[in-house]
Design a protein around this ligand. Structure first.
Ligand code: NIG
Ligand code: FE
Length: 411
């Protein structure tokens, strides 16, 4: 099956296959071709160029993109979309003055979601998750990372990871699974935290490895959740099974999670809303991808990750949604890109680089996703007719997507 897209007003994010991430001042550059064509064969991009050089070929399908912009799908490298029910009552509590931390201390927050998930059947959890996955695919996400972490028992964590496995099997979108058993301490372990860490290390990790249910290990390294020491113990154990660290750090406080992540070659360090100079410096001279989650800052009214400072220090940056029931009940990457420009003062070029190639890097997908490159997946967004790509973040909240293709097929 070949598909030809013609008369593309501007084709964004043209990259050589050797480019795995874009760093520092280079993030301001977004390579494009105006008046372009793009040729897809089955799942893959096979050719592109200017319309003047359009080769004479027979195709199964031609799409006319006059006035429209084409870009690689968004890559969302940080989500928690497998959860049960929602927490809108906590949202109302926050409007009425309770803080996120206070709600968590009262047994709300992650433990509230875990209670709901533990009594939800596999089939029901799968059904609720498909709704969210289909929603974000229609919004232009073409690759996604999904974490466990709302189970907090062996059975419930495995249930989540099996739901992720089934989503992978049944949907064309590329999915990466992360084990986040260390998301919060269950109530019954509040007085014996070591016992929960032992459960993670001696029961959960071996089972996950045996059934090949996750590629990454995540820990919520934060005051009131997992200390640096506890985080390190879990990472070291997980690495024995080949899991790669991607960590929640510096969301509310700086406790050394960044230094730990760098020491253990984390693929990405996510959140970073609180980023003292020493922590920023620790990210330098490492291969770690810093990941900002602006929708979380928006929803919780917490500081935005200092993206400008990160990029101006010569570091790369990725953007992700953090879609979850507590801090970010939205997986809309278009909103993430807009909010990054508006609130974190990064340019449209920087934001698009951060939500495509760098986000692909943050889930080990830069070889196959995140740019218009021959041989990469034909996962694409075709916008409605718009004046320029800066209109995408500018017109925040507008639906500017005309067509989404995943594996070369319109969804
Ligand atoms: O990434 N910070 C930790 N985990 C989620 C939120 C958890 C929740 O409130 O349910 C996050 O923001
Ligand atoms: Fe998160």
């Amino acid at each position: 099956m070949t598909t030809l897209i013609v008369n593309i007003k501007e084709l964004l994010q043209i990259r050589d296959a050797t480019i795995k991430k874009v760093v520092g001042a280079k993030m301001k550059i977004l390579p494009t071709i105006k008046n372009a064509y793009l040729l897809l064969k089955n799942d893959f991009i096979v050719d592109f160029g200017i319309m003047d050089n359009l080769p004479k070929i027979n195709t199964n399908k031609t799409i006319d993109a006059t006035g429209k912009i084409v870009l690689p799908s968004w890559c969302d490298s940080h989500t928690h979309i497998v959860y049960a029910g929602n927490r809108e009552s906590e949202f109302v509590d926050r409007i009425n003055g309770l803080s996120y931390e206070k709600i968590a201390k009262k047994g709300g927050g992650i433990l509230n979601s875990a209670k709901k998930l533990q009594i939800t059947s596999f089939d029901e959890l799968y059904k609720q998750s498909t709704t969210r996955l289909e929603e974000v695919m229609a919004l232009g996400t073409g690759a996604i990372e999904i974490k466990s972490g709302y189970g907090l028992t062996l059975e419930a964590e495995i249930k989540i990871l099996r739901v992720i496995k089934k989503l992978k099997k049944n949907y064309p979108i590329t999915i990466k699974a992360t084990f986040l058993g260390a998301h919060a301490f269950p109530k019954k372990f509040k007085k014996n935290k070591k016992a929960y860490i032992d459960l993670i290390c001696t029961k959960m990790l071996p089972k996950i490895a045996e059934d090949n249910l996750a590629e990454f290990i995540d820990v919520f390294c934060e005051t009131g959740y997992f200390t640096v020491k506890q985080t390190e113990k879990i990472i070291i154990e997980a690495k024995k099974y080949g899991l790669i660290p991607k960590l929640h750090v510096n969301q509310f406080t700086s406790i050394g999670g960044i230094q730990l992540g760098v020491k253990h070659n984390a693929l990405s360090l996510d959140h970073l809303e609180i980023l003292p100079k020493d922590d920023l410096n620790a990210l330098k001279n490492s291969e770690v991808m810093p990941v900002a989650l602006p929708s979380c800052s928006y929803f919780l009214n917490i500081p935005y990750t200092p993206a400008r400072q990160i990029i101006d220090s010569g570091l790369p940056l990725a953007l992700a949604s953090d879609y979850n029931p507590g801090s970010t009940p939205s997986g809309n990457m278009n909103f993430v890109v807009s909010t990054a420009c508006i609130k974190m003062k990064i340019t449209p070029e920087e934001a698009i680089n951060a939500a495509t190639i760098n986000a692909a890097y943050a889930m080990n997908l830069a070889h196959s996703h995140g740019s218009i490159t021959k041989g990469k997946k034909a996962n694409l967004i075709i916008t409605k007719a718009i004046n320029s790509y800066a209109f995408l973040p500018y017109a925040f909240g507008s639906d500017l997507i005309d067509t989404v293709l995943i594996d070369g097929k319109i969804i």
